[in-house]
Design a protein around this ligand. Structure first.
Ligand code: ZN
Ligand code: ZN
Length: 728
């Protein structure tokens, strides 16, 4: 009898929660390899997830694998993690796996980038040897002459002669030149600065553990968390073949951060993984992590799924940041996935932040604390203090847009050649255009939101869907020509500051002016050279950067976040303002923060003024406990949207009915309209699920989602499930 037949289970990027069985071809197949398979009439790339000796599919229906690449994409632990993620977030397994594979591999263009070579002359190469070359070999002579003086890299060849590659090959074959792999010159490592006592204590706690333990470093802004990461890394990457993964929010991944790590570890390969890389760069960096060549990997959320040879530590900087959550497709939270990953790999994980997410805080300080808590209460720079925070009440709403107290404060800073940051979280000129005669305002036709006035380009723009139109000459309702921009945006603040301080150098920084990382980088350099007096900007400026000469931060018009219907809004506002405030007084210049508000005694502002995160967290947790919200319950959100309101509502009602049939103890709320009732032309509904335990929630989700997927109405709507939602 022939050897037992094998069947290959392949993950494919299709919205069905299953693997697909294939027959092997004549190659040696291994789990984790990527393969080309026939699917319907197409040929697509998939990944081998398992190999078994049985199948439920009739043998004659099975097709053969077309070809397999040698490269193994994932190891066992990573597979385990992806299965967990697919189950937990209820995303089809094939789509889960394929969404973390670099796109180059999916396009079957995953060629391996060749290492660069360097060419050096042997002692056979000298002027006499060149003399004997035929006179017509002009280029060969020229390149040979250059090589007597210097060694030349692949990428430099064409600087010397055209078609340099051909010439160099000839010289190599004549044995006067040898080729070797090029490696960059290694500078001496920068000497680490001495830590203060608090930092030393934190570091010595961290280096003791090498198995699975979760740490929270709760350190005020400027307390030197990055320096602790650097010195912690030192204990890891110098050992064996250890690799370290550092996850950062997208906005923090600046060239400066990368440079700081490179200066400290010049002899270790460091790669970054984020959305600004080209597909080829991304694949190349990903492979360096997988092969173990890269020892330090700095990346944004998707990097949590990178394959490693020997991962020994995960650090998540600014763990509270919303950008760790993916809002489309596979809706995961990179911090939570990293926690699981650390568990599977049995390695430590370090979370760092000045304002922990309430869930993290609860896990570190609550009744059933799972994380170890470490605190930094002082700024790392000697004598640098946290800025003092004041609230400045706004007068009546027709008064000046910036209060006199604030204008005076700005003036005094400019006179002292210190810098000012004005923070307003709304770009454009004004958030709304209204008619002075009737109540008409300019609204987006596709979203339930107002159009923002952009005066410089004379356009009205929707910041949600990108809809863009000219500013109308008259009211669409009554024909009145007196239309007013109302409210504040970055452009309007910039304009009034220009009038108030005509001699000051004022720079506006928002997505309209600063789209690229390079632009942001130039801005930091100009700030440090003191070419700018006043920066006006959005949250792009809120974090990550030290401005040593910045002594005043002004916050304008943050109040709207106080009355949001999203229960996480106060937590977010607190952390955002804490971050912005933290930009002031980083060096020895004393910092001050002025918050202009109509509610100077609101608890969020009181907590900021007192710099008391723990009291603030305590009161928020008390509220959440009473309302049985996260972390006191486990939540999921069903999002439904459709072109027609009827379809969206009908699907939501059907979904609710189905859920109720399971007689689960999970409480369901809805269907309700989310804050943005209409978005990009789609009508929206939500159903909110609240459970006492994770398992209770998951036990309902699994069969419920299965039914929804196969329901005929599901073709008429777009729907998704968000487990542990953080925005509504
Ligand atoms: Zn009107
Ligand atoms: Zn819109």
């Amino acid at each position: 009898m022939a050897a037992k037949e094998k069947f290959i289970q392949v993950a494919i990027d299709v919205p069905m929660d299953q693997l697909f069985d294939y027959l092997p071809n004549d190659q040696i197949l291994k789990i984790g390899q990527y393969v080309k398979v026939p699917f319907g009439r197409r040929q697509i790339i998939g990944i081998i997830c398992s190999i078994s000796s049985a199948t439920d599919v009739p043998r004659e229906k099975l097709k053969k694998i077309l070809s397999a690449e040698e490269e193994i994409i994932f190891d066992k632990n990573l597979f385990k993690l992806l299965h967990f993620v697919s189950n937990y977030y209820h995303h089809p397994i094939g789509q889960t796996i394929m969404s973390v594979v670099p796109s180059r591999i999916k396009q079957a263009k995953g060629q391996i980038k060749k290492a660069e070579k360097i060419y050096e002359a042997t002692n056979k190469l000298n002027l006499e040897w060149i003399e004997e070359l035929p006179k017509r070999k002009v280029r060969l002579r020229k390149l040979a002459q250059a090589l007597i003086l210097n060694s030349i890299r692949d990428s430099e060849l064409n600087n010397f002669v055209s078609n340099g590659r051909e010439c160099i090959q000839e010289l190599v074959s004549l044995e006067v030149v040898i080729a070797s792999k090029w490696t960059p010159k290694i500078n001496q490592a920068e000497t680490p600065p001495e830590l203060n006592n608090e930092q030393k204590k934190v570091l010595s706690a961290l280096i003791k553990k090498h198995d699975n333990v979760a740490w929270l470093i709760h350190g005020i802004t400027g307390s030197g968390k990055t320096e602790i990461y650097l010195q912690l890394l030192n204990k890891f990457v110098n050992k064996d073949q250890s690799q370290v993964l550092i996850l950062v929010p997208e906005i923090n991944l600046t060239p400066q951060l990368e440079a700081r790590f490179k200066l400290r570890f010049p002899d270790k390969t460091l790669v970054t993984l984020h959305s600004h890389l080209s597909d080829i760069e991304r694949l190349d960096n990903w492979r360096k992590a997988k092969s173990g060549e890269a020892k330090i990997i700095i990346g944004t959320r998707l990097a949590v799924f990178t394959p490693f040879l020997n991962l020994k530590l995960i650090i998540i900087d600014e763990e509270h940041d919303g950008s760790f959550k993916q809002y489309e497709g596979l809706r995961y939270h990179a911090r939570d996935v990293a926690m699981m990953r650390a568990k599977y790999e049995n390695i430590p994980i370090v979370l760092g932040t000045a304002t922990p997410a309430l869930e993290t805080w609860f896990n570190a300080k609550g009744e059933f604390a799972k994380y170890s808590y470490l605190e930094l209460t002082n700024r790392a720079v000697k004598n640098a203090k946290l800025p003092i925070i004041h609230t400045i009440p706004v007068g009546d709403k027709y008064g000046p847009i910036i209060s006199d107290i604030i204008i005076k404060a700005i003036k005094s800073r400019i006179e002292r050649h210190e810098q000012v940051l004005i923070f307003i979280n709304r770009r454009g000129y004004a958030p709304v255009l209204v008619c002075s005669n009737c109540s008409w305002s300019a609204n987006c036709e596709r979203c339930s939101t107002r159009l923002v006035v952009h005066l410089k380009t004379k356009r009205l723009r929707c910041h949600h869907c990108g809809y863009d139109t000219t500013i109308p000459m008259q009211c669409m309702d009554c024909g009145n020509t007196d239309l007013h921009p109302l409210g504040l945006g970055t452009q309007k603040i910039e304009q009034s500051l220009n009038q108030l301080f005509p001699k000051a150098n004022i720079l506006r920084v928002d997505r309209d002016t600063t789209r690229t990382k390079d632009a942001l980088d130039q801005l930091y350099q100009r700030m440090n050279k003191r070419e700018i007096d006043i920066l006006v900007g959005t949250q792009m400026l809120a974090k990550g950067h030290d401005f040593p000469n910045l002594s005043l931060v002004v916050v304008i018009d943050a109040d709207n976040a106080l009355y949001s219907s999203d229960f996480r809004a106060p937590e977010r506002l607190f952390s955002q303002l804490m971050q912005v405030a933290g930009r002031a007084g980083r060096a020895e210049i004393k910092g001050e923060v002025l918050i202009q508000t109509a509610f100077p005694n609101h608890p969020v502002y009181e907590a900021l003024k007192a710099n008391n995160f723990s009291e603030f967290a305590k009161s928020l947790l008390e509220e959440r406990k009473q309302m049985q919200l996260s972390p006191f319950s486990f939540n999921a959100l069903l999002n439904v949207e459709a072109k027609s309101l009827d379809n969206s509502l009908a699907f939501s009602h059907m979904a609710l009915e189905k859920a109720n049939k399971f007689k689960s103890s999970v409480t369901l709320f809805g269907p309700v309209r989310p804050i943005m009732e209409r978005l990009k032309g789609f009508e929206r509904h939500q159903i909110f699920l609240q459970a006492k335990s994770r398992s209770e929630l998951q036990n309902l989700l699994k069969p419920w989602i299965k039914e929804l997927r196969s329901h005929p109405m599901s073709n008429r709507v777009k729907w998704s499930i968000d487990v542990d939602p953080i925005e509504f």
